[in-house]
Design a protein around this ligand. Structure first.
Ligand SMILES: [Zn+2]
Length: 921
């Protein structure tokens, strides 16, 4: 028998790597696969500890873990490098050794005059555990915060908890615990996970939005809005979930009209609700999107514009009266032709309009209700018409339209005739036109609105009839009406939660809490029992992070001024519309009060793409299956148990789709640095990340581990060579060759410093940075030992590589840096601070004489490149660049006979400069 046995003991994690590495190996060399190895674990339900490799025609590894079978074909198992990764136990030891240093690298920035970089990742909702999407967002934020710290900036990198809200309350009810307890437990769990991952947050800035010390100021901002006439009570027809007993946003109602959460059929109810008059800022919010400081907003800008709508309608309020002139309410109306507002008008309402609903039979409403024209005091008849009825057209998403019958066009003859008949209208023939400015001035003076907004934009309905939120600080007095709680009495704290007994407890059930005396007249009154939409809590948290322990103010303007607008805001696309809109609204409002120094809160926006994974659905039932229950062949996939055909797709990772990967399990398996690389690798942050798994492990893993191994090997080789006796031996390679090595390494170092800095600063494409560092490492590998011994360039390049890698793999970089810094002698002592950790090194810059290019584009076509020494390009002004560009024949030719209308000069230090010339004839 030609039989051979290999015996070795490995851990499960190592096995996964080996098999993955081998598959990769096979793919790369399809030509010969002569061996089949059989790996037969003694007990397939346990970790395979022993392997027998049997030699016949082929070698084949079969490994059984959770039902997977993996085949492994190789040419020659002995020659294969099975351990192309750093010993996991060694790595784990390093990560523990450096954990504190890595996690706490960010000292609280003091006011030392350094420029600031506020790197903000959207704070999480404390749902219990981090998911992979969180890890993607926070890994990017942490990497970029480290990058800016190396650059010498004062980096603000805070974290906190978006802790109020319905999901927490419902989860607490289900478990029979207090929402506060549930939330605090989750916060503790997730804080630990974030710390385990090694993210260097400013923990001294941490808070939860459910802390009274925070929501006290949310209430304060509400009172400021109230004072400014921007918080008001109105009636609105709302989506009412009869099971959860709360109002739902439109997005929370599915296509069948059921609640996304409880599944109950949603009812329409007319309720008195609190609104914030966000529409009053829509002109400012719309035009603010054109602010030059906004970068990376791209499609988000379009989404915001779409949501806000073109502010082309003047909004104003109309008092509604009955026949006896008794006021019954207030409506907001709008006009595209406000200069005609003083003319006789008719207010057309859809049957669903809250006013009509409140007053019973819609047809009767026409006879006994009038709106009052705020300009003239005239009574305006109200007509109820469905969309299209008698020729009326309402703009999309509106339920009212103010018409001036004598101004209707010929196309609207049907409508004109109808109004004339039903209202016995007789045209006076004269048209009263006012200047728009006069109209606005008069409306504002009367407190009747007078601001531009799109017809469809609604005010922000913030009332929630639930316990777990910020209480609205209002007292309802029978005499004084809605009275604000004096700021000195804030916070209006939530009452302690009693037993819940599986039912929601709205604030109205806490009688001791509800019954208070009126702050104005002392009469027995009742507190407002609605709490605020959680979007209100998250609308200003980034300001509080800058002054988190201020007990006298929400924040001090001097504390926030140096750090605003937020330099970089990172988060999921699902917050691209509402959260950004509300946060911008509050910032615009605070700016109007002089409380913040700028109108736009966020400069760069990085909207992170979703993490996707393969899903498996049984075709007949639509049931999701975990990968382990699926058999895949070239022709398709089937369910293992039943043999039913399975549809394979890519969807967002989630528990319900059974395609999730738990970050904590991955962390245990691959360690901190590799996990960071895994979530940032492969796709640009804004793109979807397809997280493909091969036999249960991420496909990208072997490559990323191989890179770290090479990095480690390079440092280890250097240490070995330098420590060996041969150091003193005379040179064995020709000088010329030695110099060639030096030149190549110098070139590579400069190139990689330039490109990595550019990607980190300008494109945020950390995935590209990873690829660049892999290449840079390859460029340093395999240099002759004499070069490693003697070359200053080699040491400089390797030190630089470790600093460049430090934001991505901080633990590994720390360890390797320590190994290097123990070496004698130090060729590049002036280049690095060898007595400090890699975390404290200055970011490398390119050599002053390194050549970089200035590219000239005329009408977006390349017309030539000029080469400059990096230090000279640094001094080049936009005018200098244009002057130099015009000496190039290509530029001369393409601008001949044309006028240069615009130039735009962009300079990326150490990497490139681009001059854009627009020329037209
Ligand atoms: Zn009162």
């Amino acid at each position: 028998m030609d039989e051979q046995h290999l015996r070795f003991t490995v851990k499960l994690a190592d096995w996964r790597r080996m098999i993955q590495g081998a598959l990769k190996h096979d793919e790369e060399s399809k030509a010969v696969a002569n061996f089949n190895m059989h790996l037969m674990p003694e007990n397939s339900s346990l970790m395979p500890e022993m392997a027998y490799c049997q030699r016949d025609h082929d070698w084949e590894f079969a490994w059984n873990d959770k039902g997977h079978t993996v085949m492994w074909k190789v040419h020659d198992p002995k020659s294969m490098e099975v351990r192309d990764f750093i010993d996991p136990s060694l790595k784990k030891k390093w990560e523990e050794k450096w954990a504190t240093a890595v996690r706490t690298v960010n000292p609280t920035p003091t006011e030392d005059g350094r420029p600031s970089r506020y790197i903000l990742s959207m704070f999480p909702y404390p749902s219990g555990n981090l998911h992979i999407g969180h890890v993607r967002v926070y890994s990017l934020g942490d990497t970029l915060a480290r990058f800016w710290r190396h650059r010498g900036f004062k980096v603000i990198h805070p974290i906190g908890w978006d802790a109020f809200g319905l999901p927490a309350e419902n989860a607490a009810i289900e478990r029979g615990v207090d929402p506060r307890t549930w939330t605090e437990e989750n916060v503790a769990q997730m804080r630990k996970e974030l710390q385990d991952l090694g993210f260097a947050f400013d923990w001294n800035r941490e808070f939860s939005t459910c802390d009274p010390a925070y929501y006290r100021w949310t209430q304060f901002i509400f009172l400021k809005l109230f004072e400014a006439g921007l918080a008001y009570q109105g009636h609105a027809e709302v989506n009412w979930d009869p099971v959860d007993e709360t109002v739902l946003a439109d997005e929370q109602v599915d296509d069948d009209g059921c609640s996304w959460r409880s599944g109950a059929k949603v009812q329409r109810r007319l309720l008195k609700q609190w609104f914030l008059r966000a529409t009053a800022f829509s002109d400012s919010l719309y035009s603010g999107l054109q602010d030059d400081s906004l970068q990376g907003w791209r499609d988000i800008k379009a989404m915001q514009e779409h949501w806000i709508g073109k502010p082309n309608a003047l909004h104003f309020h109309m008092v509604v009266v009955k026949a006896d002139r008794v006021e019954v309410g207030n409506v907001t109306a709008w006009s595209l032709i406000p200069q005609h507002l003083a003319n006789p008008a008719v207010l057309c309402l859809k049957p669903g309009h809250f006013l009509i609903q409140r007053h019973g039979n819609p047809r009767e409403a026409v006879q006994d209700l009038w709106a009052v024209n705020p300009l003239t005091g005239d009574r305006v008849p109200i007509v109820v018409l469905k969309d299209g009825e008698h020729g009326i057209q309402y703009p999309a998403k509106t339920d009212s339209r103010l018409l001036h019958p004598q101004l209707l066009s010929e196309e609207e003859e049907v409508l004109s005739n109808y109004l004339t008949t039903v209202l016995r209208w007789t045209s006076t023939g004269e048209s009263r036109e006012m200047s728009i400015d006069d109209v606005i001035r008069t409306l504002k003076a009367k407190g009747s609105g007078g601001y531009w907004s799109s017809p469809h934009l609604r005010d922000w309905l913030i009332s929630r009839q639930r316990y777990w939120g910020t209480p609205i600080p209002i007292v309802h007095c029978p005499d004084c009406g809605a009275v604000p709680v004096p700021p000195s009495q804030l916070p209006v704290a939530l009452p302690d939660q009693g037993t819940i007994r599986g039912k929601p407890l709205p604030l109205s059930q806490f009688q001791d809490w509800v019954n208070v005396s009126c702050p104005k007249c002392n009469r027995a009154s009742r507190r407002e029992t609605d709490t605020m939409d959680t979007f209100m809590d998250s609308s200003w948290y980034y300001l509080r992070f800058l002054d988190p322990s201020n007990s006298h103010q929400a924040f001090n303007i001097d504390a926030v001024r140096p750090h605003l607008p937020v330099y970089l805001y990172i988060g999921g696309k699902e917050h691209g519309v509402l959260h950004l809109y509300y946060a911008r609204f509050i910032q615009h409002f605070l700016e109007s009060l002089g409380m913040v120094p700028c109108r736009e809160p966020f400069r760069h926006l990085c909207v992170i793409g979703q993490v996707m994974a393969e899903t498996f659905r049984v075709e007949t039932s639509g049931k999701y299956l975990p990968a382990s229950q699926v058999n895949r062949t070239e022709t398709g996939a089937t369910e293992k148990e039943t043999g039913l055909p399975v549809e394979v797709g890519w969807e967002k990772m989630s528990k319900s789709r059974r395609n999730g990967v738990s970050p904590s399990a991955l962390l245990e398996d691959v360690g901190r640095d590799t996990l960071r690389l895994l979530v940032m690798d492969d796709a640009a942050p804004r793109s979807e990340r397809k997280f493909s798994l091969h036999s249960g492990i991420p496909s990208a893993l072997p490559g990323l581990e191989r890179w770290q191994k090479r990095l480690w090997q390079t440092v280890t080789d250097l240490v070995a060579v330098r420590s060996s006796e041969s150091e003193a031996s005379p040179s064995r390679i020709p000088d010329e060759e030695f110099r060639r090595h030096e030149r190549e390494m110098r070139e590579s170092r400069n190139f990689h410093v330039g490109v990595v800095t550019y990607e980190m600063e300008s494109t945020l494409k950390v995935s590209v940075v990873i690829r660049r560092l892999v290449t840079f490492t390859k460029r340093l590998r395999g240099r002759p030992s004499e070069v490693m011994q003697r070359s200053e360039e080699f040491e400089k390049a390797l030190g630089t590589l470790l600093v460049l890698a430090s934001p991505l793999v901080p633990h590994l970089s720390c360890e390797l840096w320590e190994m290097m810094s123990s070496l004698p002698p130090r060729h590049t002592s002036s280049h690095f601070s060898w007595d400090r950790t890699v975390l404290e090194q200055r970011w490398p810059t390119v050599d002053g004489d390194y050549k970089v290019g200035l590219t000239i584009k005329v009408n977006e076509s390349n017309r030539g490149t000029l080469e400059y020494a990096a230090k000279d390009l640094e001094d080049l002004s936009a005018d200098d660049a244009l002057e130099a560009a015009l000496t190039l024949p290509g530029v001369q030719k393409s601008t001949a006979g044309k006028t240069i209308t615009k130039t735009r000069y962009r300079f990326f230090p150490g990497f490139k400069a681009v001059l854009h010339i627009s020329a037209s004839s």
